[in-house]
Structures are given as C-alpha cells and as structure tokens.
Design a protein around this ligand. Structure first.
Ligand SMILES: Nc1ncnc2c1ncn2[C@@H]1O[C@H](COP(=O)(O)OP(=O)(O)O)[C@@H](O)[C@H]1O
Ligand SMILES: [Mg+2]
Length: 241
C-alpha cells in the first residue's frame, strides 16, 4: 500500500501541470445576444506537452487560447497557471504573468512594422526590465536559433511570411515562457513554409518547451503529441499521436 502511494506520487510529480482549466464557462454579450463560447471546459496542459487543439469554427478554440494566454478571464470556473489562480488576479498582475510565463504566436504574425526583426524580438525583454546589452545578445541568439542570423536588421515587410513567423516565434520564446500558445500559426503560410515552421516547433518541443497549437489542418495536428478536439465550447476527445 505504502509503495503504491509512493509510486503514485512519483508519477504525479513527473507530470507537472503547467495550465489547468477547471469547469470554465465563458459568455460573450448579454440578454438576447448572449453567447456561450465555453461550456464547462476542462483542460490540462502538462510540462513538455505538445498539444494540438482542433474543432469546427466557433467551437471555442480561440476563446480557450485567450484564457490560457491571460488575454481574457473566464466568466466562471478556475484557471491555474503553474499553481497560480489566474482568475483572481488584477489586470497588472495578469499583464505581468503574460510577459513572464507566456509566449504567443498568431496567424498574422503581429510584428511591429516600423522596427527591425531584432527590435521586435527585444521588445518583451524591455517590459521584463532586462538591461539593453543583454536584450540584444539574447535577441540575436534567438534569431540565430530560428535560422534568421542574416536577417536581423530587416524590417518585417522585407521578410517573407515564413521568416516573419519565425521572428514572431523568436519573440514568443525570448523570455523562456512556461507555455507557448500558437493560434493557427501556419494559417497564412504555404505548404513549404508551413513545414519549416512545424520543424521549428518540433525543435522547440524537443528542447522542452510546452506548446499548445490551434489548427484546422490534420497534417499540422499530426505533428503534435496529443490532440484535443473541441465541440460547442468543450473538449470532447483527447487522443495521443
Ligand atoms: N468577442 C466576442 N464577442 C461575441 N462573441 C464572440 C466573441 N469571440 C467569440 N465569440 C463567439 O464565441 C464562440 C466561440 O468563438 P471562438 O472561440 O472564436 O471559436 P473558434 O476559435 O473555435 O472559431 C463563437 O460562437 C463566436 O461567435
Ligand atoms: Mg479561432
């Protein structure tokens, strides 16, 4: 009995929970236009996971990602990020946790157009109060890591879509987030560039980064280790790849 309990505890500690959504509901609007975007959603992400989120348009994927990313709060229910009860935090603490714990990659890259690739990647470190010499060094390393050593001084519009997405990925990982969230990161890319970006995600996953990626493409989802299928604001199935 004792041994069994010890073993169970050991197994538990091997699978550290990074993000846990418990009985989460999210409503938009009021009265006759009220929409239930998440319906008693339960979802747990463990350290080192590479999880693809799939589901029809309107099934709540982006809403769940926004909550996981602390861009929005549940209407009710619990969200624990590395053991912190996020739903209880004020806006300042939420912004702080976003900067320290989370990295974001979006379909449309969301780079600032008037500054270089290097400066885009340095930005999150400004908010994290990292000295400028260190910022530059780390941004150069991150851009080298994503294969853009020779494109650092280019403006975003001087880069291809795939290169811009790699800058966005470098920016997303620069503060060593405990969770990397990507909402349709290959949605605006051709198949060759998609492959490059997915290879980069594989590499990050192998380096231990925890990734949650939304996609509607099977070929993209197959590259993840697990797939969570959403329907009507809840997870209806989790499968292993
Ligand atoms: N800001 C919003 N205001 C009102 N309704 C919204 C808003 N965002 C999403 N919704 C609604 O919530 C539901 C879930 O949307 P969403 O999370 O964007 O789904 P998905 O990303 O799976 O397409 C949809 O019915 C959508 O219309
Ligand atoms: Mg969406």
């Amino acid at each position: 009995m004792q041994v069994k309990i010890q073993l169970a505890n050991q197994l538990k500690s091997l699978k550290n929970s990074v993000a846990r959504l418990t009985h989460v509901n999210k409503f938009y609007g009021e009265g006759s236009v009220k929409v239930k975007a998440l319906d008693d959603l339960n979802l747990e992400v463990f350290q080192g996971d590479y999880l693809a989120v799939m589901g029809a348009s309107g099934s709540g994927k982006s809403t769940a990602m926004n909550i996981l990313g602390c861009l929005d709060r549940p209407t009710n229910g619990k969200y624990e990020l590395n053991g912190t009860a996020v739903e209880k935090l004020d806006d300042d603490s939420l912004a702080d946790i976003r900067n320290k714990e989370l990295g974001f990659v979006f379909q449309q890259f969301h780079l600032l157009q008037e500054i270089s690739a290097l400066e885009n990647v340095m930005l999150p470190m400004i908010y994290a109060c990292i000295p400028s010499i260190e910022r530059k060094k780390r941004a150069e390393e991150a851009l080298t890591r994503v294969g853009l050593k020779n494109r650092m001084t280019n403006l975003p519009n001087q880069l291809s879509g795939g290169q811009q997405q790699r800058v966005a990925i470098a920016r997303a990982i620069i503060n060593q987030p405990s969770l990397l969230l990507a909402d349709e990161p290959t949605g605006a890319l051709d198949s060759k560039t998609t492959e490059d970006v997915l290879n980069l995600f594989d590499q990050l996953h192998n380096q231990g980064i925890t990734i949650v990626l939304v996609t509607h493409e099977d070929t993209v989802a197959q590259r993840a280790k697990k797939i969570a299928r959403f329907k009507d604001g809840k997870v209806i199935e989790i499968s292993q790849n």
